[in-house]
Design a protein around this ligand. Structure first.
Ligand code: IPM
Ligand code: MG
Length: 356
């Protein structure tokens, strides 16, 4: 089993180091190879996704990814910015299905910004389409506005688009995931305004005919954003497009106490995948040793389960995370009165000890 380890920028290196420790402590036979990605790759090789990194990612059985981005690269041309590395990996490897589970651990009920009764027991799964939508749609660019009230003025534009097969395959992923849970899917769209999401809604409805045992509900994205904080436990599986999924998954993370707790898996049609925390590179706290490594450690567990066929090892990691939370260990993002504040490394090492 070969794992490509791509720590990236900011807190990426610190949190991935802890996840690697946890993987090594399992006593399984992995080959792990590390490569630069994002801003650090740009600094070293002049490109955020160097050919050598892409090749390693293509050859590996799974990819463990940290995070990319830093304000200091904001002035670069878009194709050279760190974010292009993760977008390029998703596109190149066809990682169209992004799983972002939002689980509120019992010990962290008080860390959420919502009332405990709203989030206690929360377990929802956001399935975000990851290789289409306005993120990748062409054409895009800047020009002089060809028409309209401001004709001739500087204009920027992006294109939101989805094809039927792209919607079909993510709908299948969502219905199949729902069958392993409480059999309820909420498809989030903006069909009242956008053609793209009218097609989305029509296709999801058609695919649903093959899953009569699963309940399907459609919801506009604005309402979904509201319901997520009003009655989050009314959801089970949420399936949505790339941009709405980006926004709603950050919102959902706050229900769990901290975005530092949210893992993710991005899979292609062969179940090969990239595993990364749902949060970013947090340059403001990088190098301080305070970042929460649990989202990355939990992403490593998802990697074992989905791509490496090691469900038992995944269970061990998840149980160990619960154990350290029960021991009262907390990084600053989830700290609360009566608990013990620890740093990134102490948290990672506590998980390693809890594996035994
Ligand atoms: C995410 C991130 C990325 C995205 C950025 C870093 C390109 O916000 O994975 O949610 O927008 O998809
Ligand atoms: Mg995001």
């Amino acid at each position: 089993m070969k794992i490509a380890v791509l720590p990236g920028d900011g807190i990426g290196t610190e949190i991935v180091a802890e996840a690697v420790k946890v993987l090594r402590a399992l006593g399984l036979k992995f080959e792990m190879e590390e490569a630069l990605v994002g801003g650090t790759a740009y600094d070293a090789h002049g490109h955020p996704l160097p050919q050598s990194t892409l090749k390693l990612a293509q050859q590996a059985d799974a990819i463990l990814f940290g995070a990319v981005g830093d304000w200091k690269y904001d002035q670069l041309d878009r194709p050279l910015r760190p974010e292009q590395a993760i977008l390029g990996l998703r596109k190149n490897l066809g990682l169209f299905a992004n799983f972002r589970p939002a689980i509120c651990y019992e010990q962290l009920v008080g860390a959420s910004s919502l009332k405990p009764e709203l989030v206690s027991g929360l377990d929802i799964l956001i399935i975000r389409e990851l290789t289409g939508d306005i993120y990748f749609g062409q054409p895009r660019g800047r020009r002089s506005a060809p028409d309209g009230a401001f004709a001739g003025a500087e204009e920027a534009f992006d294109t939101m688009r989805y094809t039927r097969p792209e919607i079909e395959r993510i709908a299948h992923v969502a219905f199949q995931a729902a069958r392993k849970r409480t059999k309820k899917v909420t498809s989030v769209d903006k069909a009242n305004v956008l053609e793209t999401f009218q097609l989305w809604k029509d296709v999801v409805t058609e695919v649903h005919a093959q899953y009569p045992d699963v309940e399907l509900q459609h919801m506009y994205v604005d309402n979904a954003a509201m319901q997520l904080v009003k009655a989050p436990k009314s959801f089970d599986v949420i399936v949505t497009g790339n941009m709405f999924g980006d926004i709603l998954s950050d919102e959902a993370s706050m229900l769990t106490g901290s975005i530092g707790m949210l893992p993710s898996a991005s899979l292609n049609s062969d179940n090969r995948g990239l595993y990364e925390p749902s949060h970013g590179s947090a340059p403001d706290i990088a190098g301080k040793g305070v970042a929460n490594p649990l989202a990355t450690i939990l992403s490593a567990a998802m990697m074992l389960r989905f791509s490496l066929n090691q469900a038992e090892a995944a269970d061990r990691i998840e149980a160990a995370v619960k154990k350290v939370l029960a021991q009262g260990l907390r990084t600053p993002d989830i700290y609360g009165e009566g608990t013990t504040r620890v740093g990134t490394r102490e948290m990672g090492e506590a998980v390693v000890r809890a594996l035994e």
